[in-house]
Design a protein around this ligand. Structure first.
Ligand SMILES: Nc1nc2c(ncn2[C@@H]2O[C@H](COP(=O)(O)OP(=O)(O)OP(=O)(O)O)[C@@H](O)[C@H]2O)c(=O)[nH]1
Ligand SMILES: [Mg+2]
Length: 327
């Protein structure tokens, strides 16, 4: 393998390691990568010397950042992390934070009173190697309009790939649903009820009495997917994770180097309908320039190892090997 190809794969790995980081975490990871290059004595090669300089520059840039950020703390600002981002959008006390604690690595406060959560909080839910960033938000209060907080909630929701309407089955489901849809319409996040697609409903507290009836009522009211859950039922939480993954509308693509095993733990997560070209672009810009063909294993091909061109559309869990004219 030429030094240049070695660097290409190394850069792919670096990008994967740092894409969800910022601030102190990013600086620490970049320093670790530089150390690693030196430990492996790769810095003897000219191309890696240039790479180290680039990483040092990234550290300098990041060190210059916090002062700017630090001046104005924004309790609703959360850097994008993971392969997709979803917001928990619901009235106060419906169980958003309990849900967050149950399916992510986060530990946030919950309580049987209104307004427990007062800022945006993030956690990561892992579903089959896909990291879904979940944003827990303060709840709306439907009897008292809290304009400032509503505005902030909607601002965060707009940055998400999908919005989950969290509806408490032990309360009036019709009132909750209409209220949430109205908020989304007012904020122009929904323009036409018929064409909504990035939304789904989580129906909570399914263990409480009479909630089955509410669930049927809610299902009859909407075309959106509704996932009933209860903190007391682990299976329902597993089904929810699957639904979160499905609302993201993405495919997982595993890459492999020629003559190597595929990396089955770190898929590239791309929008549904992505092609070999999108994979090449994500790996390295030169992959497209020197592209020969790709070989595919998985649902999108007729037989394992089929050769395809850049326009080939990939399916979930395909394995892709790109062959370039640069060795
Ligand atoms: N029985 C039952 N109670 C639940 C369930 N999920 C949450 N709760 C209770 O509902 C109450 C409110 O839960 P939270 O998770 O704090 O609700 P929230 O939506 O985050 O509330 P805000 O932060 O005020 O918007 C708590 O007392 C929880 O214990 C559930 O599945 N079943
Ligand atoms: Mg909460």
């Amino acid at each position: 393998m030429s030094n240049y190809t070695k660097l290409k794969w190394y850069r792919f790995d670096i990008a994967r390691r740092i894409r969800a980081l910022d601030g102190e975490e990013l600086i620490a990871e970049l320093e670790e990568i530089i150390e690693e290059i030196k430990r492996k004595k790769l810095d003897r090669l000219g191309v890696f010397k240039v790479q180290i300089r680039e990483l040092e520059q990234l550290i300098e840039n990041e060190k210059a950042q916090p002062k700017r950020k630090g001046r104005q703390y924004d309790p609703f600002y959360i850097p994008y992390g993971g392969d997709g981002r979803v917001a928990l959008f619901g009235l106060s006390n419906v169980g958003k934070s309990s849900l967050m604690n149950a399916i992510t690595n986060a530990e946030v406060a919950t309580g049987d009173y209104l307004n427990t959560t007062r800022q945006a909080l993030a956690g990561t839910c892992v579903y089959e190697n896909v990291k879904i960033q979940i944003i827990d938000l303060p709840g709306f209060l439907d009897f008292k309009e809290d304009w400032n907080i509503s505005k902030q909630i909607l601002r965060v929701a707009r940055t998400c790939d999908s919005i989950l309407l969290v509806i408490d089955l032990s309360m009036d489901v019709e009132r909750q649903y209409n209220f949430l849809i109205k908020q989304l319409e007012n904020a122009r996040l929904i323009k036409d009820r018929e064409t909504i697609y990035k939304f789904a409903i989580i129906a909570t507290k399914g263990d409480l009495p009479c909630t089955e009836e509410s669930f049927k009522k809610l299902k009859a009211m909407t075309d959106l997917a509704v996932c009933p859950i209860s903190m007391k039922n682990k299976d329902s939480l597993d089904r929810l994770k699957k639904m979160l993954f499905e609302t993201l509308n993405v495919v997982r693509v595993y890459t492999k180097k020629p003559k190597n095993q595929p990396d089955m733990e770190h898929p590239l997560v791309l929008p549904k309908g992505s092609t070999v070209k999108d994979v090449a672009l994500k790996l390295h810009k030169d992959f497209l320039k020197f592209f020969n063909y790709a070989r595919i294993w998985g649902k999108s091909c007729d037989f394992p190892g089929q050769r395809v061109g850049v326009g080939h559309t990939l399916e979930d869990e395909d394995i892709v090997e790109i062959s370039t004219s640069q060795k």
